[in-house]
Design a protein around this ligand. Sequence first.
Ligand code: CA2
Length: 144
Amino acid sequence: MAQRILVLHGPNLNLLGTREPQVYGNVTLAQVDERLAELARTLGVAVETGQSNHEGELVDRIQRAGHDGVQFIIINAGAYTHTSVALRDALAGVAIPYVEVHVSNVYKREPFRHHSYLSDQAVGVIAGLGPFGYEAALRFAAAY
Ligand code: CA2
């Protein structure tokens, strides 16, 4: 059975590639997901991607992952990274290893983006590599 990997995108990431290109680049979320699907085929893993602007929906998706055999999570929680104890608790609750991804280098940005509720429980964190960060995370997950 192929390893099952869930990629979750949080709030506003549906706007990727359409606004603020100086911060987030020109690649759209659909293109990121397409690239991940292609790469997953090459790596022989099963990847599922999803985006939500709603904290509770992200919590529900993480809880479901705990029941449906997901073995690794790649998550860019967007702004919820810096605010959400609920997402932290959901990830801890399912105990599925995860990598936190940020398109931008949050450490070069406003101080409120320097703290993450997810990082200390993550296997690792990728920030500032643009959309390539997701690809690097998927390669890591496949080898994990
Ligand atoms: O750099 C990242 O990937 C972030 O997770 C993106 C979040 C931000 O709140 C985090 O601090 C860092 C923002 C989501 C993307 O929002 C966009 C807004 C306009 C245009 C494109 C994306």
